[in-house]
Design a protein around this ligand. Sequence first.
Ligand code: TMP
Length: 221
Amino acid sequence: MVKKTNKNEGIFITFEGGEGSGKSTQIQKLKNNILGFISDVEIVISREPGGTEVAEQIREILVNGAADKLSVRTETLLMIAARAEHIDRVILPAIKRGAIVLCDRFKDSSIVYQGIANKIPNREIDKIHAFALKTCEPDLTILIDVPAEIGIKRALDRNENNQRFERKGELFHKKIRDGYLKIASLHPDRIKIIDGSQTIEKISDEIFQLVFPILRSSLSK
Ligand code: TMP
């Protein structure tokens, strides 16, 4: 059973997965499911890179343009700079107020995309995160797992302009999927894998079953 590990008052849940894994749909569903269970709770939905005015500006640099327009080191620092801004101005204040924060991507995206797929050594990412994260660690991370070729097709079909990462090719996205499964196996208590090839309803039921014990334990305090 998942227990609340975050020492702050609220609950911090992150969603991870490759392109087109359906995270944003499931975040909205989870919000509705939580509100069906507890009505007087503040739920903050956010995303990375982004979530504040400046972090959204950094996002524009990161997600637009040619796949190779940034060096991997610069990309890593910008991702984590946007995260520090998001943590300081949105996530930590919300958790301290007792809100439930549902975040589309967080630190595991840097560990997988910049670390495993782009070969920045894990210890370097850990060092930058040690500075940027402060005490901010997710209580639970939902990894929505879909085969790379299905996810990338869904994402490209959206036909948006900001597709710098989608353009990185199938091999890159296979490394992302394998990378996520690897870190999930290293942190089985925090990272829970959901099969993203199921129906939207089945996925949202499974996610709520994971979140429910945390809600219950947080309410009983
Ligand atoms: P999105 O697809 O969730 O909108 O995120 C934009 C892209 O940014 C996505 O392809 C994953 C990538 N990304 C990283 O490479 N590292 C990170 O730390 C984060 C948060 C996102």
